[in-house]
Design a protein around this ligand. Sequence first.
Ligand code: NAP
Ligand code: G3H
Length: 484
Amino acid sequence: MFERIHKGNVYFNLVNGEWVECLSKKSLEIFSPVDNSLVGKTQLLSREEIDDIIMNSKQAQKAWRDTPLSQRAKILERAADILEENIELLSKILETEIAKDTDSAVSEVKRTADFIRFTANEGMHVQSEAIGAEQFPGFKKNKISYVARIPLGIVLAISPFNYPINLTASKVAPALIAGNSVILKPPTQGAISALYLAEVFHQAGLPAGILNTVTGRGSEIGDYLITHKEINFINFTGSTVVGRHIAQIAGMVPMLMELGGKDAAIVLEDADLSMTAKNIVAGAYSYSGQRCTAVKRILVMNAIADQLVELIEEEIKLLKVGNPAKGIQITPLISTQAADFVEELIKESVEKGAKIVIGNRREGNLLYPTLIDYVTTDMRLAWEEPFGPVLPILRVNDIEEAIDIANRSEYGLQSSVFTKNIDLAFMIANRLEVGTVQINNKTERGPDHFPFLGVKSSGMGTQGIRYSVEAMSRPKAIVINLNS
Ligand code: NAP
Ligand code: G3H
């Protein structure tokens, strides 16, 4: 059922309801991080083609914004069903294209279907309201503001490699239910997975032109898309470096940005250490640490540090390393450059006196899960986001020191606090400069209707199903003035 999206190994773009080949026939080769085999080729579109696609999106949106909400919701529900029917196929593509381990790949597709279905339902409840004037001093009952929510126009959705299906759908579905059309620029590595998702929406009955795709390197076409005068909203997930660049050039276009993180887990003396170690290992190493919300540093009280390190090491020994397959958790990193970067951070910390507890072994782009103790604040690993399976332990003397180090980060996505003392947990949570604090759990985004946001260099605006629908729509007020 996905035959239309490619010819041989060349993947086309969805434009005005058709899968079209670009005029130049130029393409990019996508190789698998698993075995370096060719997964397929994606097209390099010219600026003229991008202009035509954007004009098509603009034209198509006029009918979509007037399509009854219930009809839009039905299309989304159908898309969720089609996605679920194709879990096996799509998770295999994720395994090949981005080396996602089997369990995480299956979970990404299933979660995306749930996300789209929830969005269809939630969108039905983002309603218009009427506000009377008399509550405001000096006003009588002679004015009523009818406040409708209307779409913004064209949403430019730019997604990252690590969740090419889920973090594409988490932009596309709320944008669509709100009545926008969407231009999707998928990540280069992950584009094929995202193009399958686009076809899912198409097969669900999305009218032509409401979801168009544009492939090509972000470094080559990104700026052109971002600064295009017809783009009304930018919904971006990716690195802080690229996010900051986009924010600088975009002018007055509103945007939602989910960027990098350096999530800390603060472990207090009274924590249940066995539960904490399990959470930390799941949080730090799933999909080989290539998650914005991965636990990326441990701030542990000195008195319990030895015990915690031992328990974490035991949990790490249970992780299975290899190519994506059932039961494997640690798979090759997305690129050689990514693996080199992680290795560089490990090396620098060891040179400065940190101690490897376990790991620090590499086979190609496959890095074994690595735990490093005695990391100190003069080491890059204390501050930089490795996006790989390495976890630094920073031993601290007290809670104040833990809060200070946690907050000195340029990032502010999430933090965890592990303790049995709920009062203390709340006190710490209130002082942490992050979007979300997890008490007695690993850092993580879901469930996907929760607000999800980063502060400082971790982002701007709030994701989460209702929040995303609201971000990609605006109030339109019509005031009725009565003469009585
Ligand atoms: P990335 O290199 O920043 O790329 C993200 C997206 O931006 C890709 O589609 C990329 O296209 C595109 N892009 C690159 N340059 C661009 C430009 N000048 N204009 C417009 N788009 C451009 O990030 P990544 O390596 O895919 O993902 C890893 C990073 O994302 C990590 O830092 C991680 O923490 C962050 N992340 C954050 C969240 C969150 O919710 N906070 C979630 C997931 C990931 P190409 O692929 O073609 O270069
Ligand atoms: O990589 C960033 C994702 O938004 C994290 O989502 O916590 O469900 O893995 P997750």
